[in-house]
Structure formats: C-alpha cells, structure tokens
Write a protein that binds this ligand. Sequence first.
Ligand code: AMP
Ligand code: ZN
Length: 664
Amino acid sequence: MEIEKKIRTLRESLHEHNYLYYIKDSPEISDYEFDQLLNTLVALEQQYPEYFDPNSPTQRVGGGITKDFKTRSHRYPMYSLSNTYSKEELTDWANRVEKVLGDEEYAFTCELKYDGASINLTYENGKFVRGVTRGDGSLGDDVSTNLRTLPTIPLTLIGDYPPVFEIRGEIILPFDGFQALNEQRIQRGEEPFMNPRNTASGSLKLQDSSLVANRPLECFLYALAGEDLGVDTQMESLEKSRSWGFKVPDTAKYAGDLEEVFQYLDYWDKNRVHLPYEIDGVVIKINRFDQQKILGHTAKSPRWAIAYKFQAEKATTKLEAVSYQVGRTGAITPVANLSPVLLSGTTVKRASLHNAEQIEKLGLRIGDCVYIEKGGEIIPKIVGVVNENRPEVTHQIKFINHCPECHSVLVKETGEAQHYCKNQYGCPPQIIGKIQHYTSRKAMDIDGLGNETVALLYHQGLISNIADLYELERAALLPLDRMAEKSVDNLIEGVEASKNKPFSKVLFGMGIRYVGETVAKKLVNAFPNIDLLSEASREQLIEVDEIGDRIADSLIEYFGAPSNIDLINRLKNSGVQFHTEISSSSSDILRDKKFVISGVFENISREELKEKIESLGGTVMIAVSAKTNYLVAGEGMGPSKRVKAEKHNIPIIDEASFFELVNI
Ligand code: AMP
Ligand code: ZN
C-alpha cells in the first residue's frame, strides 16, 4: 500500500509541475528536479508494473508504438467552418444571424484560427481517455498514445470539470520549435520539413510515440462538446476549460458588436507576424450557446461561426536564376534569384529551394512566374509555379555537378536529399564555416570573433583552421581594416578565454558530422578524454546511449584522418581542453540549495554559472518561489524576480557574494 501511495503522490506532483510549467508558465522547480522526480517514478513503475496507468506522467516520454491507428466515430461531428475574406461578407453573415435571432441581443467571441491539425479529446472523471483526429468529420483516427506525450494535453484535470465531456483543439508547432527541428534534421543530413502545419499533422501519425515526444508540439483548445457542461457561452467555456488545466490562449476576446469584431481583425492582421505560431485567420462565434442551437448547422458547417481568413502573404514574381550556396558541411543549397517583389512589407529577392528534388517537385524552370510565400521561416519560399500564361521561353534548371566555390565534383549519396562538396579541407566556405561554428556562441563562444571577422582573417591568409586561431598575433591583426586596437585585444582575450571551455564544447565546436551539442555531451561522459574517444572502436561507441551507426562511422572516419589528429595535437598544445575535469565538483557544498539566476554577469556567463551550481550539487530553478534559497542577481535583473524574492525573504546575492559563498 505504501508503494501505491508513493506512486500516486509522485504522479500528482508531476502533473502539477507539468501544469505550472506548460500551462501557467510559472514553474516552481528546476528541470533537474523535475527529471529527478520523474526518474524516481519511472523506477517505481518498472519495479511495480501492477500499478500501470496510461495517464501516468511517465507516459509523456513516449515509447508506445501504434501500428494501425484505430478508426473511431465522433459522437459530435467535427464540422468545418465557412470562410470569408472580407468584412462585407462578414456583415452579410451577421445580418443572416440577426434575421434568425429576431430582436434578441447577441454578441460574439473572436478567437485566432490556429493553423495546425484539429483534434477531439475525450475526458471521463477528469482523466484523459482518448484523442481522435478530425478525419472526415465523422470518422477519425485514434492517436491517443502520441497525444499523451504532449505536455499541454492534461492527463488529469483539476477543478470542477463535468464528469464526461469532449474538447476540441488544434495541435500546433510553434515557429521556434519548427526551426529547431529543422536545424536538427539538416545537421543529421535529413530533409527539412516544409511548414509547421504539415509537420504537426504528420507527427500525430508517427508510429513511434517517443519520436512525437521529441517534437515540441502544443495543443490549444477552443471548444467543448457534451451534455450538461455547466456553461452557457463560448467565452465562459474557454475560461472554464482553462481552469480545468487546458491551454487556452488568452488572445480570445468578447466582442459586443461587429465594430469590435472588426477591431480585433485589424489588430491581428497587423500583429500576427509577432505571434510565435502560425494562424490563418480569426474565428468569429456567436457567444451564447442557446443562440448557437437556434442557428444550427448546414451539412458542412455551423451557421453560428465563421472563419475570417487573412489574405495569404503571397506574391508572384519571376524566377531569374538559381545560384548555389555551400554550407559548413559541404551541403549545397540552391537559392532562387527573383525579380524583386514586395511581400508583407519587405522586398524579396531570394528564396530557398532546399535541394534538387524540391526543384523537380515544383517543376520549376528559369523564367517561370512563381508564387512565393512567407511562412514561419525568415527566408521566403517558392510554393508553386503560375501555370496560366506560362512564358514561351523558359529554361531547364540544370543542377550543378561541380562545387561553385572549389569546383570539386559534387556527390549525392543514396537516401540523402542534398548534394555535397566533399572537399572539406580545400573549399573556402566549408573552411570558414567550420571556424565560424567553432567560435559560435553554442560552441566556444569566442567574444570578439564574429562571423565576419572569421571570414576576414581567412581571406587575409591568417587562419585556415581552428588551430590557427591560437597562433594569431597582435602584430598581424592590427594592420587589418576594421581592426582597432580594442577589437584586437578583445579577439586575443576571447581566444585565450576559450581555453577554459569544457571538453564537451570543444568537441561540439570541432564540427564532426552528426556530433551536435547533446551527442558531444554524451560522448564526453563516456570518454573523458580525447585519446579514449579517438581510439574507441565502433562497438564501444555504439554502446553509448543515443550513439548509433551513423554517428559512430562519422567519428571513426574523423579520427582516422591524420590531418585531424594533427589539428587536435596543435589545439592540445595550445592549451585547449581535451579532457573532462575529474571534478572537484564531487564536492557538493550546495546540496539541497536552490538558486534562481537573473540578469547578466561580469565574469561568468549564465550558462557557466548554472553549470557551476549544478556541479556543486545545487539546483537552478527558473522562477522564484518560497523554496528558493538564493537569487543570484546580475545586471538588468527582472524586477518581478526581486519583488518575489523580497516577499519570500530570499537573500539576493551578487556575483562576488556567490563566489564567496562557494569559496572560489
Ligand atoms: P477549415 O479547416 O478551414 O474548415 O476550418 C475549420 C478548422 O479550423 C477546424 O477544424 C479547426 O481545426 C480549426 N480551428 C483553428 N482555430 C479554431 C478556433 N479558434 N475555433 C474553431 N476552429 C478552429
Ligand atoms: Zn567546394
């Protein structure tokens, strides 16, 4: 019984912290503490499988495989919405509503139309039962196992929820998550996704739910369905849903009349570019449920709601030429050169074409008139060819065979979408790109050595690999354009300081194919110095968690090249870290101490400070709460953090006091 109770308490606590983090945006414990709780629960559940619960927070990490998604019928059909692009048509709709409702007063709710995949969730007695895609509106696919991995889908509810109900929402992928996913894919040599919406709906149908768990999907809710819901209006239902633990964006608004609806439309037409996710319009609904009932449905859509779609940010222009860019890894990206055209306020001259297959898929030819669109990405993309009145003369796009920079023959390996220039040590953009990667913020973070400076130093013949950085001399730098004394000092100091960066950052910075930040950390944990790593066999490498064939092969290839070993030896001789400290950190003077870090510091980065605290046994929380022991305050600390700390009587210490505290 004790065990059962312990499991239950852990589950409740994890549900609560999940809610605080993802729905309320105000976490009370650190990620680290959360993981600790979760790990304890995972271990208990493994030991006591009799207490299995499909809604346990452990299910969020995924792992369940769905071979065939069961078809299920919707108890309440999922209608589509009628569309309009103009305020006149919207006025016509309101007039039709008024005709049916007669003299009755009525009002609207306005909500954003989230652009993702719609979903219907069923809850019984406060527990998530299942989630089904819209499908054709009456039959959809049961994707419950995948949905359980989404932290914004509550598995257990709070408050005064009805015993049985359904709730509708949209699964979306915010832009930053979309971009991060694509960066990961490109790094792994996979084809990037086209847009957030397709990625979101595609993700729901993945067979392996642990893959879904790795995609930063979110679920926004917008409608309740069921009997005796205890609410009378749409606005109230949104508020209630929020109180039960659902994520309901606070952009929804009550509008007393059409004038207020128009204001909402104008506001979001202008401001939607600032939203962190994609919308394709606004949904306007009659607020009162009894009036919705009177208005009813057509065969396809409710008469009490309408979608106002913003004019798509599309433009047409001429494809003048295709040029090719060479990336750090040698990947060749075709770029469309366009006749300049205005698209949502900026002049567009170039668009990404991803790869040769993409060009083929679009059936593009030079001289074609093309549609371009600005989606989530910063660079606009070509979404199609204008087929009417196709120009008489267009030219086939002949994908290049040779690298535009170094003229090596390009290679396209089977299973890869991208062409590559393999001349990694002789191709200028690859050489520069590698050094830029090494100096970048996530790797060695060398102050005073930005991308442009790296390119300049390369073109001046001062550097051609990362080891050269450590042999740069003031005298050679000072005569360069744009290199004032101060910048030279900065650069030299930055390079010097990089010698203190931990091995994992160095390894990541070396830019070995497929060795991203996480992989680098895993490798360093398994092989605490470069000699062990470079001599590791394929089998030893694969034994490491998350290291598969592809990464292992890439490492073997890298360390097999004598030039790379030379490079490493030179870096070593310069004093760059190639081993992990057998940490004095086993000292745990900060055990059980909880810190919140705010602002920026003079002698240490926030990231380093966090690492320091954790290496001494302490934990770093995101938000100040009664449990916080210290608030470490730097320049520009958020005022709300100070207020909260003062309220709870939490000591606020500066950088110097922190170092005193830990005796460094
Ligand atoms: P459509 O697919 O154009 O027929 O529009 C209907 C779809 O809009 C619904 O199935 C939902 O997936 C989606 N939608 C997005 N946001 C909302 C919202 N706030 N209210 C209702 N539907 C929405
Ligand atoms: Zn090349």
